[in-house]
Design a protein around this ligand. Structure first.
Ligand SMILES: [Zn+2]
Length: 124
């Protein structure tokens, strides 16, 4: 059996080995293929990884903030999460709020401040 040998693996590449088919929880449809995005323990990834080598993966933690499966589901369905508060800035001991959006070109989740800035900085 695999036991927990791979538990501290530094690479995500081998983590799908750990996924238990019987405990798949579908989060939403994969952005890159016809697969289903599932909880893979330390991140959300595509269930077709082993078959198509699909590279979709979304970290569970971004900028020090845990990203809930509800937000991931929303990103997969609409392309954008709700406003998520409390991301940590890398330099200062400070936090910021942002949306997470799916970038079709880079094929990953990125920060977005669209809409949020408009509300805060209305100059008129
Ligand atoms: Zn996929």
């Amino acid at each position: 059996m695999f036991e927990k040998v791979l538990e501290e693996s530094h690479s995500w590449d081998f983590l799908p080995l750990l996924s238990n088919n019987k405990e798949k929880i579908a989060i939403g449809h994969c952005k890159l293929c016809s697969g289903i995005v599932i909880d893979k323990g330390k991140f959300y990834g595509c269930d077709q990884y082993l078959i198509t080598n699909c590279s979709l993966s979304i970290p569970k933690k971004i900028a020090g903030r845990d990203i809930s499966s509800v937000q991931i589901k929303k990103i997969l369905e609409t392309g954008t999460s709700s406003l998520i508060r409390g991301f940590k800035k890398s330099q200062k001991n400070d936090t910021f709020d942002a949306f997470l959006t799916w970038d079709n070109i880079e094929e990953k989740v990125k920060f977005s401040f669209e809409g949020y800035d408009r509300k805060l900085n209305s100059k008129k």
